[in-house]
Write a protein that binds this ligand. Structure first.
Ligand code: TRP
Length: 347
């Protein structure tokens, strides 16, 4: 039910974006827990570039504090953050138009967590279905306070810059509900409209499976990273799970692994997966894999070329993040000042 309403709202929002993209300040983010992969690309990254190119103001958050929700320490942060910056730039996010910044570099954003926590109840935190699921899959023996409260921190990510639109997948909807609740409660409790109530923009994210036929995920080691070379990509696809039917079809219910490969080729080629499957006929898994490999490598060739160029100039790449952090700090300081005024905490 909620899903249907959200989808309908998202379709309306897409129309508004078409009419006047500049009316939207969009915030999205990624946890730096590994390399970005094709699932991210088709699920969210290319959508960010689209929104940027339509003229919306796009903010991209590297959510480094959020790494600590389900593990004791954030491993290889510097490597992952640099890799993400390279990927962002390589796919076409333009730092002149899109602000890229990291949680940990914006103290005033983090400070919003305190007043925001006072606006939600413990039962509300406990019933978040995404958090419940993450607790069930956590690699930690006990649940940390951050695991339970990070959706409130995520509300600070969204509200510190007064974003009005948050492109998300289904799993993030409960978090967005908390951000909306906090915005409304803050405005009501303190009698002034400090925060806009942000909308979710649900993208029709295609469900790509990993190379082992299960959910594509960094932690399962079944992804095709954007940073993989053409040879590595070919090897990963060659090793992908298929089935023994020679005839290739697009039937996600009955043949999830084969259908996901068909879908991947279709996404890269901008074609309908059924047409791609028809074209392959009785070619079997080898023909399918060869088409997928060519499609992915053709799509990624220019991305890889740009990535390699940026990788030769890491000074520039770091400066992009520093500039984004600086601007985020200015915005966060202004919002925190408003919040302190509302709370009567200006001395
Ligand atoms: N929770 C998001 C994820 O795991 C990342 C994220 C952090 C985020 N802060 C955000 C997404 C703010 C949207 C808005 O993918």
């Amino acid at each position: 039910m909620t899903v249907t309403i959200e989808h309908r709202r998202s379709a309306e929002l897409e129309e508004l974006i078409d009419q006047d993209a500049a009316a939207f300040r969009i915030l999205t983010g990624d946890r730096p827990t590994g390399q970005l992969h094709l699932g991210h690309y088709f699920g969210t990254l290319r959508n960010r570039v689209r929104l940027q190119d339509l003229g919306a103001e796009v903010f991209v958050l590297i959510a480094d504090f959020q790494v600590l929700t389900d593990r004791d320490t954030a491993e290889r942060l510097e490597e992952y953050v640099t890799g993400m910056l390279l990927d962002y730039l390589a796919i076409g996010l333009d730092p002149a138009r899109t602000m890229i910044f990291a949680h940990s570099a914006v103290p005033a954003l983090n400070q919003l967590l305190l007043p925001f926590l006072s606006l939600v109840s413990v039962p509300e935190l406990n019933r978040n279905p995404t958090v419940k699921d993450e607790i069930a899959h956590s690699r930690q023996a006990s649940v940390s306070g951050l695991m339970l409260t990070y959706p409130v921190h995520q509300a600070a990510d969204i509200l510190f810059c007064k974003a009005n639109l948050v492109p998300v997948g289904q799993d993030q909807l409960p978090h967005l509900e908390i951000a909306r609740l906090i915005a409304r409660r803050f405005n009501e409790r303190y009698g002034r409209p400090v925060f806009p109530v942000p909308d979710a923009l649900l993208s029709a994210a295609p469900l790509l499976l990993g190379t082992d036929g299960t959910k594509m995920s960094k932690s399962r080691g079944n992804t095709i990273p954007l940073s993989a070379t053409a040879d590595e990509t070919a090897r990963l696809i060659r090793g992908a799970k298929t089935d023994s039917e020679r005839s290739i079809s697009y039937d996600p219910e009955r043949r999830p692994a084969v259908s996901s490969l068909v879908l991947l080729a279709a996404l890269c080629l901008g074609r309908d997966p059924r047409d791609v499957a028809d074209g392959l006929g009785d070619g079997g898994a080898a023909a399918l894999k060869s088409v997928v490999t060519t499609a992915v490598n053709d799509l990624l060739a220019p991305v890889r070329a740009r990535r390699a160029e940026y990788a030769r100039d890491l000074g520039y790449v770091r400066q992009v993040l520093r500039d984004g952090n600086e601007r985020a700090n200015e915005i966060a300081a202004a919002t925190l000042a408003e919040v302190q005024s509302a709370l009567g905490m200006r001395y």
